[in-house]
Design a binder for this molecule. Structure first.
Ligand code: AHR
Length: 623
């Protein structure tokens, strides 16, 4: 690999160039990829999450049929101290229909007729006699689609699990829990999952959304953020240990994007998802400072502290070392055993770890970053560590971040930028001049501020430049990945969804075509264009040595056709053995992509006219 073929200059490039970045933003996790259908299942919402939110947000007290009683939120002797709130249902008179509570999920609960839903709840009986409890899936107006009953008899917290199969479909159903006799019952962790989750995992993921992500065939997945990682105050940093183990023992917290993290989708689930979709895991840990070293001064409940006290650093560093052991250690190691207990005795093969996210290059940050970097490198020299260069493609933090990286020789640097499509068109050569002997680049976040075909093509053209520079740019991920329509904290995104739909943007298809047609060798100067001076046309040519296929990507981000020519025999392509996939659309501003794959029979000299605003990927066999 990397040797010229028949006079064509070649170089080895990263085989992991195109991946994804998952952040719990815009309801990407809770109310999104995480398949839990109950919102605020453990009564932990607070006004710190969002003004007006409280323990009973998304819940309603149900007293129909002349029953009466009361509902209160308590904290004494909870299921687990990490999960302090629960409700107490006090039924004075159950009336005809009982007394209980109803949850309306995330914009309503989407249910399908004939499908099974797995319900579970923790209860603790606070009165003498066992209480029969009915669980129902019902419509907004009270029509009952499925019903089942259990008897809450345990005087200490006990989990009950039941299945419900509705007779009708509804996109805005509700879940009701109704006590049918007089008594007092403590209730917590009310959960409802579709029985069918992605890869059939318990505590799993929503299949349609997870499949859309899997269909990108990302080579890696960065998680769990973004700004979510460093949080907006030290008490809001994402600490991985809070997110593993039984869900009722995990520590929930405010989401920096003004909602709530249940942490039901935690580090175990992230690692497992990566494995399920064949993506290398790339966790990001906070560099012991909070967002822009803000100290949470603009956060509700912020402490004003900018960075973890130095006295806490050895404990914090140990926490990061423990993460590597959790992912890669044997099932008998302390943290590997916790992974095994969660059902995964084999390691998760962690190769990458990012430290920090867009952090301001202050002395506090540098000191802590270096302490973490050095300690992890010493104990785990084979893990590739990634530093951060601040937000934006240039500027003081960016320059200082890179100077810091060069001074100490960090292995890889994370760059983030969100710019107009014109910027991407004008900067396709950005990495041509990057130092080949310094830190490698991970473009952890980028997007061209829009979901039109033109935006997507500007990204595609830019990505040909990333392939051309795949010897210095090791990885790149579009951001953000997922957004629930009506709850977007950030635009644009790659995939939009509601409770019952998934919509894929033109940008998604660009990412997919590049990721599915990646290579590990880059051939230079293979394609020429007519007109030759077009600034909106570009190409890249790679070989995937595993399959032997040569892949040419041709982008036209302009409004007039362009012709591309290339001589194929030197690349060893077999005549007539190629397919072409063309991504195009109705117009520059279209937000719908049209994709077509057909057999392609290029002659010895490829001569191909690229339609306006199109990406064409030619995949030719050499074996
Ligand atoms: O991708 C959205 C946000 O943009 C990320 O959380 C942050 O890293 C960046 O500023």
């Amino acid at each position: 690999a990397g040797q010229p073929v028949n006079g064509i200059p070649a170089k080895a490039i990263s085989p992991n160039l195109f991946g994804i970045f998952f952040e719990d933003i815009s309801y990407a996790a809770d109310g999104g990829l995480y398949a839990e259908l109950i919102q605020n299942r453990s009564f932990e919402y607070t006004p710190a999450d969002r003004r007006n939110w409280h323990s009973l947000t998304a819940w309603e007290y149900l007293t129909k049929g002349y029953g009466y009683g009361s509902l209160s939120v308590e904290t004494k002797a909870p299921v687990h101290p990490n999960n302090p709130h629960y409700v107490v249902l006090n039924v004075d008179d159950a009336g005809q229909e009982g007394v209980g509570l109803v949850n309306d999920g995330f914009d309503g609960i989407v249910i399908r007729a004939g499908e099974q839903y797995d319900f579970s709840v923790f209860t603790r009986l606070l009165s003498a006699q066992p209480i029969p409890v009915t669980v129902q899936l019902r419509s907004k107006k009270g029509e009952i689609y499925a019903e089942t009953t259990f008897t809450a008899a345990a005087k200490s917290w006990k989990k009950y699990s039941l299945a419900l199969t509705p007779g009708k479909s509804d996109d805005s159903a509700r879940l009701a829990i109704v006590a049918k006799t007089k008594g007092i019952l403590a209730i917590d962790m009310v959960s409802l999952f579709p029985h069918k989750t992605f890869h059939g995992r318990t505590n799993g993921l929503r299949p349609d959304l997870a499949q859309a992500v899997a269909d990108l065939q990302p080579k890696f997945m960065r998680f769990p953020g973004g700004c979510l990682v460093h949080g907006d105050g030290l008490d809001n940093m994402y600490r991985w240990k809070n997110t593993i183990g039984p869900v009722e023992e995990r520590k929930e917290q405010r989401n920096i994007w003004s909602y709530h993290q249940s942490t039901g989708l935690g580090y175990f689930e992230y690692f497992q998802f990566c494995e399920d979709i064949g993506a290398k895991p790339l966790p990001v840990v906070p560099a012991a400072v909070s967002c822009q070293n803000s100290g949470g001064t603009w956060a509700i409940g912020g402490t004003g502290q900018k960075a973890l006290p130095l006295a806490d650093m050895s404990g914090y560093i140990q926490e990061i070392l423990d993460l590597v052991e959790y992912a890669n250690g044997s099932a008998t190691s302390k943290w590997g055993a916790k992974r095994a207990a969660a059902g995964h005795p084999a390691p998760f093969h962690l190769e990458y770890l990012a430290i920090g996210n867009e952090d301001k290059q202050t002395p506090e940050f540098r000191e802590r970053f270096k302490m973490i970097y050095d300690a992890v490198k010493k104990k785990y020299p084979n893990i590739t560590l990634i530093g951060t260069s601040g937000p934006g493609f240039e500027g003081e933090d960016f320059e200082e971040g890179w100077a810091f990286a060069n001074k100490y020789g960090w292995q890889m640097m994370d760059e983030h930028y969100y710019e107009n499509p014109e910027w991407f068109l004008a900067h396709t050569h950005r990495y041509d001049q990057y130092n080949r002997n310094g830190s490698k680049v991970y473009i952890g976040e980028y997007a061209s501020k829009g979901n039109t075909l033109f935006n997507a093509m500007s990204e595609a053209l830019y990505m040909t430049g990333l392939e051309r520079n795949g010897d210095v740019v090791s990885m790149a991920s579009y951001a953000p990945l997922l957004a629930r329509t009506a709850h977007t904290s950030w635009n644009p995104n790659l995939i939009y969804f509601t409770g019952n739909s998934v919509s894929l943007t033109p940008n998604y298809y660009v990412q997919q075509l590049f990721s599915r047609n990646n290579g590990d060798v880059y051939y230079d100067n293979v394609v020429s264009f007519s007109p030759a001076d077009s600034h909106t046309a570009g190409a890249s040519c790679v070989k995937d040595t595993k399959t032997g296929d040569v892949i040419i990507k041709l982008v036209n981000a302009g409004d007039t056709p362009v012709t591309a020519t290339a001589s194929l025999p030197p690349l060893g392509t077999r005549s007539g053995m190629a397919v072409i996939t063309v991504l195009s659309g109705e117009s520059k501003t279209s937000t719908q992509a049209v994709i077509k794959t057909t057999d392609f029979k290029p002659g010895e000299t490829l001569s191909y006219t690229l339609p306006p605003y199109s990406l064409s990927v030619i995949r030719a066999k050499t074996k």
